[in-house]
Write a protein that binds this ligand. Structure first.
Ligand code: BEZ
Length: 191
């Protein structure tokens, strides 16, 4: 699948007659809320694990030196914690462009921390997209992140801000925290 997903996303859901849609955020959507929303609630989705397995050529890296950002990988029994936003359908026009590098909108069921469930959407970059990088040891991922810089800033900011936001949400994301601690170790041994 081509990395640019803007046109593909426009064909995926029909929002005709719909006033609002729940959107589940598990990555930069948690801390970079540059879109209007009607409501916001911490939530979880089941069967998906957050992984730094997607390349970023347009935000946190370049085509020559891609950074790494998160996507979701199907994993039975996994629980991914994030933030749910109820948004107007027009918000997807902005987010489809912002998250155009391999992410498609999928339907999901989310469970709110305050009780109740809703059907909604989540952006996932699947393995068949051109920007997918896949699994690597945490220390290698941290090294790649330490070296990557793109139009949205250093890849390190993305990792550190996400880790901080997950702590604030009360999420114990071992994968993210392992990469964060490798990065901090590597940065301190460089000094
Ligand atoms: C998110 O934070 O949910 C998100 C992550 C990657 C791309 C789009 C959205």
């Amino acid at each position: 699948m081509a990395a640019n997903t803007i046109d593909h996303n426009r064909t995926r859901q029909n929002f005709e007659g719909i006033d609002s849609v729940w959107l589940f955020g598990y990555g930069s959507l948690i801390y970079k809320v540059d879109f209007p929303f009607l409501e916001q609630k911490p939530a979880t989705i089941r069967g998906w694990a957050r992984r730094f397995w997607q390349g970023s050529h347009d935000h946190r890296g370049t085509p020559e030196a891609p950074g790494r950002v998160v996507t979701l990988i199907e994993q039975p029994g996994a629980v991914c914690k994030g933030m749910a936003f109820r948004v107007a359908p027009s918000v997807f026009e902005h987010l489809d462009v912002r998250e155009k590098n391999g992410y498609l909108r999928f339907s999901t069921t989310m469970t709110f921390d305050d009780g109740g469930q809703a059907e909604g959407l989540v952006y996932i970059a699947t393995e068949d997209n051109e920007a997918f990088l896949g699994e690597a040891p945490p220390a290698d991922i941290a090294r790649q992140i330490a070296q990557a810089l793109g139009p949205s800033g250093p890849n390190t900011d993305y990792l550190l801000r996400l880790a901080e936001s997950l702590r604030e949400l009360g999420d114990q994301c071992d994968h993210t925290f392992a990469i964060e601690s490798c990065l901090k170790e590597q940065l301190s041994s460089e000094r």
